[in-house]
Design a protein. Sequence first.
Length: 94
Amino acid sequence: MLEVNKNVPIPKLARAALPSRRKYPFEEMEIGDMFFVPNKDKNTLTTHASAMGRQLKRKFITRLTTMRMTSEGWALCDPGQAKAVQGIGVWRTL
């Protein structure tokens, strides 16, 4: 039989809390901002964006998006264009 111990403090987590918050810039986004994740599965990122929206009390929308890299960064483009990359775009709407 296992012994019950009293007044034993809970140890802190060995890893940083919510490392995915740093992976994607959800906290830094303002309404109208967007980021693009090339070659990403929509279901995975949609679920994550929804969870982050609940935690941060914000609204994020994801869409399958085709973009290409320009000198200014990622830009929307047609799927048939040269250097087009498919991925997921995440927009903050609220």
